[in-house]
Design a protein around this ligand. Structure first.
Ligand SMILES: [Zn+2]
Length: 116
């Protein structure tokens, strides 16, 4: 399980590096070490879109690490079913099984199309 945690953190680093560099990256590294994401703040040179994508990934990774601690890692948040080993290999921080993820994405797509 410790190995899995390390793998997740490594994955988090890779994901986060895609969005941020330099000083902000160090803050994220610290957050990953401490598990305290509140120190991660908005960097001026990060555009809003990239920032929200980055935050989304961080929230997911944070949730996955918390699940590791709770012993519920690999269990779908929506239906309580097991997330396949294959899926976790591709997306180590997946919190939904494929069926539920697809349902959620469909719902989100519908919501986006609705007029405000
Ligand atoms: Zn599910």
């Amino acid at each position: 399980m410790i190995q899995k945690r390390e793998q997740l953190i490594k994955e988090a680093n890779i994901e986060v590096s895609k969005y941020i560099k330099g000083e902000t990256k160090q803050i994220v590294d610290t957050a990953l070490d401490d598990g305290d994401w509140s120190v991660v703040d908005i960097s001026e040179d990060v555009s809003l879109g990239r920032l929200s994508a980055q935050r989304e990934v961080m929230v997911k990774i944070d949730a996955a690490i918390r699940k590791l601690d709770e012993g519920t890692y690999g269990i779908c948040e929506e239906c309580g079913g097991k997330i396949s080993e294959e899926r976790l290999k591709v997306i180590p921080f997946a919190i939904y099984c494929r069926d539920c993820q697809e349902k959620i994405e469909q719902l989100e797509a519908v919501e986006k199309e609705l007029p405000i």
